[in-house]
Design a protein around this ligand. Structure first.
Ligand code: FMN
Length: 333
């Protein structure tokens, strides 16, 4: 008999892959989002029983970051069951700064560090020293293997169509290929907007789903109201996947570009290989007034509270788990 395609090569049980599974309501992470994730969003997601991640860079300075974590820690301590909370930290911090941030995170009860770009080796080594898990973003197997070689605990497989700096490989391929090589935690990311997609992540071989854009359009997110409404109004055809905004390929909401006089098919010339937005008009700031989203906008037609959203996601997830497999499904269809 052939082994299932997502059988791990090493001997990892679900227990070790997801040591905090019993503390979760759904296998879901509220993804870190620059200028969107507020402490309120993290607290609401923790209260709703899922993992939530705060980007360090959303706080203007370390003191504010610490104050935000203190609020999250206090709110989490009041819960009968405490879902883990995570922090998205740059791999490019100077060693003493990295150490300072990691010590602060550990002191405030952070259980997971998320690394997005750059070499995660040093972050992984130091975070492990503080007893925290590290999950690293990967848009392809090359980056996933680098993180795996550095003993990462989890890989966030960013498939095509995700919000922010997305990849181009379909989740169907990326998650399955990763599971063949990696016995650790796999998180499926990109365009996950409903409970069925969370279930699909598990079926493909992932342990958790990652959800960004859908949480942007919630009451508690820190996004401007006009951004939230644009997500409600937008369709996947309103997105442009381009590096012409800040030098890194990402999915951008075309209406937000147009509202600043930018045409996604005729963007101002950019110096090749240079990151940043110096080529754009001064009033235009990516993430601040040029907005990003994933193709999951197709599923967004309201701006609920996080609690309301989680009730809906859980109902959809449970319904998806009850769908009979072939051939019973074919008979009931
Ligand atoms: C507005 C926005 C900002 C983001 N900022 C960050 C960030 O600061 N750090 C990070 O690791 N990922 C960031 N991401 C990526 C998300 O963490 C996640 O990978 C992505 O939202 C998943 O795709 P989805 O939006 O289709 O659910 C951002 C995504 C969006 C939409």
């Amino acid at each position: 008999m052939n082994a299932p395609t997502h059988a791990p090569t090493a001997n990892a049980s679900t227990r070790t892959r997801l040591p905090y599974a019993a503390r979760l309501r759904l296998p879901l992470i509220c993804a870190p989002m620059y200028r969107v994730t507020s402490p309120e969003l993290v607290i609401a997601a923790c209260r709703a029983g899922i993992v939530a991640a705060l980007p360090r860079n959303n706080a203007p300075d370390v003191a504010t970051f610490d104050a935000w974590l203190a609020r999250i820690e206090t709110a989490a301590a009041e819960l009968p069951v405490r879902a883990p909370y995570a922090v998205n930290l740059s791999t490019r911090l100077a060693p003493d700064e990295m150490e300072h941030h990691l010590a602060l995170c550990a002191r405030r009860g952070v259980e997971i560090i998320i690394s997005a770009t750059g070499d995660p080796s040093e972050l992984i080594r130091r975070a492990h020293g503080h007893g925290m898990l590290v999950y690293a973003d990967a848009v392809n197997l090359h980056f996933a293997r680098k993180a795996m070689a550095a003993q990462v605990d989890g890989v966030i497989a960013i498939g095509a169509g995700g919000g922010g700096h997305s990849g181009t490989i379909n989740h169907l391929t990326l998650v399955a290929a990763l599971r063949r090589e990696f016995a650790g935690t796999i998180v499926m990311a990109g365009a996950v907007s409903n409970g069925a997609a969370i279930r699909a992540a598990e079926i493909l071989g992932a342990d958790l789903a990652y959800m960004g854009t859908r949480f942007t359009a919630t009451q508690e997110s820190g996004a401007p109201e006009a951004y939230k409404q644009m997500l409600v109004d937008a369709a996947p055809s309103d997105l442009s996947y381009t590096d012409s905004v800040n030098g890194v390929p990402a999915n951008w909401l075309v209406p937000s570009l147009r509202s600043h006089g930018l045409d996604p098919r005729a963007m101002p010339a950019r110096e090749p290989g240079v990151r940043g937005h110096a080529h754009l008009p001064e009033t235009v700031v990516p993430w601040q007034n040029l907005w990003s989203a994933g193709q999951g906008v197709a599923e967004i037609d309201d701006i609920p509270s996080v609690a309301q959203l989680l009730d809906r996601l859980e109902a959809e997830y449970r319904a998806a788990t009850a769908v009979p497999a072939f051939p019973q499904r074919a008979r009931t269809a």
